[in-house]
Design a protein around this ligand. Structure first.
Ligand code: UGA
Length: 444
C-alpha cells in the first residue's frame, strides 16, 4: 500500500488524512505549528468539524496516522505527498501563493535526499498555471530533479464542504486528476480507485484544466446563490410572492437542480468569496473582464446591506435599541467566521448605533478588537432578552424549532428578520412583525 504524506492540516488536509488512514493507509500529516501537532496526535482537531475528532482519534490510536512538524520526514517516509496548504487572498483579491511556494520548496529539498520515485499532488485551490509555473519550478530548483522523469506531479482539486467534510471526502461525486505526465496520473488514479469504496467518475486532464475546474465549480455555486438573491430582491417587491416557493419551482427542472438556490444573507466562508475574487483577478490579468463574476460579488455584498436595511426599518431610531443575531458561523456545522455575513451585519448595525447581541451554538467569542462592542450571549434566551429585532443569520437546527411565542416571551418588541428562510411566514406573520428575505411584504 502506498504511504501518504499530507502537507497542511486545514479542512482539506485533515479530512484527506483521516479518510486515507480510515481505509488502512499509513499517513503522515505535517503542520508547522507545534501546538497543532501536539493536539492532532492527541486526537484533537484545531477546528470544529462534525465527526472529525472521533475519526482523528481512531486513526491516531490505530497508528495509521501521525502528525509531524518536519516536512522532510513526512516526505522521506512516504511515496506520495498532497499539498493542502492555504491559498488566502491578498488585499486586492489576488491569490497569495506564499504557503504553496514554501511547501513546494520543502518537499523539493526532501526529494533531493530521497532516492525512490515520489508523486507530488497539489490539492490546494490554485489559479491555472500555478502547478506548472510555481510548484514544478520550486520542486525542480530545490531538488535538482526533473518532473515527469524523476518525480511525478499532479493537480487534484478538492470539492468537500465544511460541515460535511468527512462524508464528502469519502463519497465525492467526481474526481478530477490533472496530470503533468501519464505516469503521475496513473499512480494517483490507481491510489484513488483503491481508496474509494464505490465507483466514482474520474476525469483526467491537463494541470491547468484541473485547476480551472475548481474555480469554475465554486464560481457556478456562487452564481446560483447570487441569482437566487437577485430573484429574492425582485420577489420582495411583489406582494404575495415568496422566493422559496419560486426557487422550489425553478429547481425541479433537472437542468437547474434545487441545490444552492436558497436566497439569504449571501455566501461567506473561506472558499466561495475568495475563489470568485481570485478568478476575477486572474481573468483580468489574462486581459478579460469577468462581468458575470463581478455581478455575483456585487449582489453578494448588497445582500448583507439588504438584511441590515430590513433590521433598521424595523427598529426605526437605532439609538438605545438592541438587535439579537441568531448565528455567527458562515454556515451551520462549522465554527468558521471567515467572510461570515454575521460579522458584516453586526458591524453595520453597531456603526448605526445599535446594541448587538449574538448567539451561536459553536462560536462563543470573537477575538477581534473591532468586535469588542458585539456581545456574545451564552444562550438563545440571553440573546433575545430585551431585543427590538432578531435577525436569523445562520440556519442552525437549534433555531429552526423556535416558535413565535419564544420571541414574544423574550423580546422587548417581537420582530424577526428571517435572513435564512427557516420559519413559516404564515405562522409568524400572524403573531409578530416578520420580514423574510425574498418574501413580498410592506417593508421594501
Ligand atoms: C464550498 C463548496 O460548496 C465546496 O464544494 C468547495 O469544495 C469548498 O467551497 C471549497 O472550495 O473548499 P463551503 O465553503 O464549505 O464549500 O460552503 P458552502 O456549503 O458552499 O456554503 C458557502 C456559503 O454559501 C455559505 O455562507 C452558505 O450559507 C451560502 N449558501 C449556500 C447560500 O447562501 N445559499 C445556498 O443555497 C447555499
Amino acid at each position: 500500500m502506498l504511504r501518504i504524506s499530507i502537507i497542511g492540516a486545514g479542512y482539506v488536509g485533515l479530512s484527506t488524512a483521516v479518510c486515507f488512514a480510515s481505509r488502512g493507509y499509513r499517513v503522515i500529516t505535517s503542520t508547522q505549528k507545534e501546538e497543532n501537532v501536539r493536539n492532532l496526535n492527541a486526537g484533537r482537531a484545531p477546528f470544529y468539524e462534525p465527526g472529525l475528532d472521533e475519526a482523528l482519534t481512531r486513526s491516531i490510536e490505530s497508528k495509521h496516522l501521525h502528525a509531524e512538524i518536519s516536512r522532510a520526514k513526512a516526505v522521506s517516509g512516504t511515496d506520495l505527498s498532497f499539498i493542502t496548504v492555504a491559498t488566502p487572498d491578498q488585499v486586492d483579491g489576488t491569490i497569495d501563493l506564499s504557503y504553496i511556494i514554501s511547501a513546494s520548496e520543502d518537499i523539493g529539498r526532501a526529494l533531493r535526499e530521497k532516492k525512490a520515485y515520489h508523486v507530488v499532488i497539489v490539492k490546494s485551490t490554485v489559479t491555472p498555471g500555478t502547478t506548472r509555473d510555481v510548484v514544478k519550478r520550486a520542486l525542480e530548483e530545490t531538488s535538482d530533479l526533473v518532473a515527469g522523469r524523476d518525480f511525478g506531479l499532479c493537480m487534484n482539486p478538492e470539492f468537500l464542504r465544511q460541515g460535511s467534510a468527512i462524508e464528502d471526502t469519502l463519497h465525492p461525486e467526481r474526481v478530477v486528476i490533472g496530470q503533468y505526465d501519464e505516469r503521475s496520473g496513473n499512480v494517483l488514479e490507481e491510489l484513488l480507485v483503491d481508496f474509494y469504496e464505490h465507483p466514482v467518475p474520474i476525469l483526467k486532464m491537463g494541470l491547468e484544466s484541473a485547476e480551472m475546474v475548481k474555480y469554475a465549480s465554486n464560481s457556478f455555486l456562487a452564481t446560483k446563490i447570487s441569482y437566487a438573491n437577485e430573484m429574492a430582491n425582485v420577489c420582495e417587491r411583489v406582494p404575495g410572492v415568496d422566493v422559496s416557493k419560486v426557487m422550489a419551482g425553478v429547481g425541479l427542472d433537472h437542468r437547474i437542480t434545487p441545490q444552492f438556490l436558497n436566497a439569504g444573507a449571501g455566501f461567506g466562508g473561506s472558499c466561495l468569496p475568495k475563489d470568485v475574487k481570485a478568478l476575477c483577478k486572474f481573468a483580468e490579468a489574462c486581459g478579460y473582464n469577468a462581468l458575470l463574476l463581478r455581478a455575483v460579488l456585487a449582489i453578494n455584498d448588497a445582500q448583507v446591506r439588504r438584511v441590515v436595511q430590513l433590521a433598521l426599518k424595523i427598529l426605526g431610531k437605532p439609538e438605545g435599541k438592541k438587535v439579537a443575531l441568531l448565528g455567527l458561523a458562515f454556515k451551520p456545522n462549522t465554527d468558521d467566521l471567515r467572510e461570515a455575513p454575521s460579522l458584516k451585519i453586526a458591524k453595520a448595525l453597531i456603526t448605526a448605533g445599535v446594541n448587538v447581541s449574538a448567539f451561536d451554538p459553536v462560536v462563543k467569542k470573537i477575538a477581534l478588537p473591532e468586535f469588542d462592542a458585539l456581545e456574545c450571549a451564552d444562550s438563545i434566551w440571553a440573546c433575545l432578552v430585551g431585543a427590538h429585532c432578531c435577525v436569523v443569520v445562520t440556519e442552525w437546527e437549534q433555531f429552526k424549532v423556535l416558535t413565535p411565542d419564544d420571541f414574544i416571551n423574550h423580546m422587548a418588541r417581537p420582530a424577526v428578520v428571517d435572513a435564512r428562510r427557516i420559519f413559516d411566514p404564515r405562522q409568524f406573520r400572524e403573531r409578530l412583525t416578520f420580514i423574510a428575505v425574498g418574501l413580498g411584504n410592506d417593508f421594501v
